[in-house]
Design a protein around this ligand. Structure first.
Ligand SMILES: Nc1ncnc2c1ncn2[C@@H]1O[C@H](COP(=O)(O)OP(=O)(O)OP(=O)(O)O)[C@@H](O)[C@H]1O
Length: 668
């Protein structure tokens, strides 16, 4: 415990040392604050950040003239209510009716007030605003309005606007999102906003039956297509699909920076080849994200008209995360302490909630960097019992333990995200597949395990809590050896250290220690559940973590030591798993004495084929996952499913044994 306290300020020092000069001594710049866009106090605080409209000329170092509100006359009056967009004749009353009457949203958020009047003019726009501040509606309104402007018969539902009138050339707008779940979520929101119009919204996402989707588009028609890059490219490049968009008016990239980075960039560019030439068919391009790193700002120009505008609803020197989200870092003694720390965070919150009935039920997303670790910790959490001695006792999270990563079937992914969305509380163990855009209501905690691969990932993950003016907490749990990289990656973020978790600093290699009753419970729960997860799942996670962390740890020996401790004292393996000689060489770990190396390349090199994040699941995982079906309600391996000899083996049949941590007297 003491050692954790002593380590406490280390992250702060690392972060301070790496803070850019501008943060240490703010520079006053000439700004382009649009005064008539000042936030009215009626708007909830989350929708009221300081707002600036930047000239793309200055901020993006453009040579081409940039259109800005300052150069053009600002609107005569600032519109703040959605109803005003209708009464001013800017947006179809049926769209406004759905938003205000059916969705119950009346006041525009800053990003909405800033972008909607501008984008309705048809100007290409890059917009940046914090997570959870309503960017989806901000781009949906101009998209839907444009469709209606071009075909006024679609303004209302009716025979003229339905069915047979719609066919592939009617695709007037395409929205691309990086993940399937986000595409589905955007489509659901679009259908709500367009509910009183004749606009037909369809999706084209990977993991679903392509032919079924195409059939639906052909039968029902499609004016707005929401898609993921891979599937969109697939159907546009396939002449037999019958889907093309020769009359495309609007093209939207949600989470634009992710779509333009190295991963998706080439696909997006290829999609551009299948769309009509913008010189012949004029179209508007809209890009939205909470993060727009400098590298991406350059690429944006390739897709935009020269006079595009960059609307920024985040001040230049302001933290990109919401100030009202307390963010805490915990430096654990070893990785074996991380799951107990997560449970202690949950317990402490639940204790606070007993005193304060205003607090919402604990609902957390726990992010891991490797798919294989998501799988492992999902299985452990699903196996937790309030009393590990009593197989009939409940899981501390009830039935609401969910797992989510890209190697699951689409059905499993949809079940997990739908169930977690609906759940009153619970825990979702996730990879970055839910990090962007997903709007799960009432998430109270985002807990990030280990250092995320970049600053943007941290910001987007954190953005799953404290949405739409709700409260939330952010936690990041780090190993001491990650602090150097954390200082660089997470600079300028307001993260404070927390040194209050007893489980974070304990030496878990020593059994039988005297600890608080609550801590003893946690350690015993974790220990029992850990023993129920099979060896192979743990080996996969070991190899994936070794691969991921080899670029985070500067000292390779320390890395092997940390993971070996985790394997033995955290995962309860008799010895650390072996990795193949080839893999050891690739990772620069060959020759480290503590690393167990095997010659069995076929078996132990799984997980290293070019992807640090658990390739093993592509071949092995699915069968296993299907057995312990995801999605909470039925997913935890149930004790009734286990054989009696397993109970014996794990000590559950013996009440007095297998309780290594003894509660100390007089505490708690
Ligand atoms: N003007 C508004 N007033 C209140 N709630 C709103 C408003 N606009 C949108 N919302 C709600 O706020 C939540 C977050 O919106 P949305 O998902 O569009 O955020 P976002 O900015 O796209 O976030 P992210 O950056 O994570 O993608 C949604 O539930 C949405 O319905």
């Amino acid at each position: 415990m003491l050692s954790a306290v002593r380590r406490g300020p280390v992250l702060a020092r690392a972060l301070r040392a790496c803070a850019p000069r501008t943060l240490q001594s703010p520079v006053v710049r000439s700004t382009h604050i649009v005064t008539n866009f000042q936030s009215p106090s009626a708007i909830p605080s989350v929708f009221r950040p300081q707002v600036r409209l930047l000239q793309s000329k200055s901020s993006l170092n453009q040579t081409a003239a940039a259109q800005t509100v300052q150069e053009n006359e600002p609107p005569a009056k600032s519109l703040t209510e959605f109803s005003e967009l209708g009464s001013e004749g800017l947006v179809e009353p049926n769209i406004i009716y759905s938003i205000t009457q059916k969705m119950g949203i009346s006041t525009m958020s800053d990003v909405q007030r800033l972008t909607i009047p501008q984008t309705l003019n048809g100007v290409d726009t890059l917009a940046q605003a914090k997570t959870g501040t309503g960017k989806t509606i901000a781009f949906l309104i101009p998209v839907l309005q444009k469709i209606i402007t071009n075909d006024p018969t679609l303004a209302r539902r009716g025979p003229g606007s339905f069915k047979f009138r719609s066919n592939s050339p009617d695709i007037r707008a395409i929205i691309i999102s990086p993940t399937r779940e986000l595409a589905e979520q955007i489509a659901v929101e679009a259908r709500k906003v367009a509910a009183s119009t004749g606009i037909i919204v369809q999706t084209a996402v990977g993991g679903t039956r392509k032919m079924e989707g195409l059939d639906r588009i052909r039968r029902q028609g499609c004016h707005l297509l929401v898609a993921t890059p891979g599937r969109l490219k697939d159907i546009l490049s396939d002449p037999r699909s019958g889907v093309s968009a020769p009359n495309l008016d609007v093209f939207v990239l949600d989470e634009a920076d992710r779509l333009l980075d190295d991963g998706f960039g080439p696909e997006i560019e290829e999609i551009g080849h299948y769309l009509p030439d913008p010189v012949e068919v004029d179209r508007q391009t809209l890009m939205f994200s909470a993060t727009v790193p400098r590298e991406v700002q350059g690429i944006v120009r390739k897709f935009m008209k020269p006079d595009f505008q960059f609307i920024k609803a985040v001040k230049e020197n302001e933290s990109p995360t919401h100030l009202r989200v307390p963010q805490w870092s915990v430096v654990v003694r070893g990785y074996e302490n991380l799951l107990p720390s997560v449970l202690e965070i949950a317990n402490k919150y639940n204790q606070r909630r007993e005193q304060d009935s205003n607090l919402r039920p604990f609902k957390a997303i726990v992010y891991f960097n490797c798919t294989a670790s998501v799988q492992l910790y999902y299985e452990v959490l699903a196996s937790l019992l309030n009393d590990p001695m009593d197989p009939r006792s409940r899981n501390p999270f009830g039935r609401n333990v969910y797992g989510m990563h890209s190697k699951l079937s689409q059905q499993q992914r949809t079940a997990a995200s739908d169930n977690f969305r609906r759940a009153d509380g619970g825990i979702l163990i996730s990879s970055d597949v839910t990090a962007r855009g997903m709007d799960f209501p009432d998430v109270t905690h985002v807990i990030q395990i280990g250092l995320p691969r970049d600053r943007e990932s941290y910001i987007h993950r954190l953005g799953r809590t404290a949405r739409a003016d709700k409260e939330g907490e952010g936690w990041i749990i780090l190993h001491e050896e990650e602090l150097g990289s954390a200082g660089k990656r997470l600079r300028d973020l307001s993260i404070k250290e927390d040194a209050s978790l007893e489980t974070a600093g304990l030496d878990l290699s020593r059994e039988g220690q005297e600890v608080a009753t609550s801590t003893a419970n946690i350690l015993n729960q974790v220990s029992a559940a850990m023993k129920l997860v099979d060896h192979r799942t743990k080996s996969d996670a070991y190899r994936a973590e070794l691969s991921y962390l080899s670029s985070v740890f500067s000292r390779k020996r320390a890395l092997v030591h940390a993971l070996n401790e985790l394997a033995v004292h955290g995962w309860k393996l008799p010895e650390p798993p072996a990795i193949s000689r080839t893999a050891a060489q690739k990772l620069g770990l060959a020759g480290i004495p503590a690393l167990k190396v095997s010659d069995d390349d076929a078996r132990s090199s799984r997980g290293f084929r070019g992807d640090a994040f658990g390739d093993a699941f592509a071949t092995q995982g699915r069968q296993r996952i299907q057995r312990s079906s995801y999605g909470g309600r039925h997913n935890a391996p149930r004790f009734s499913d286990r054989q009696p000899d397993q109970l014996e083996e794990f000590g559950f049949g013996k009440r007095t044994e297998n309780r290594p941590y003894r509660p100390s007297r007089g505490r708690f």
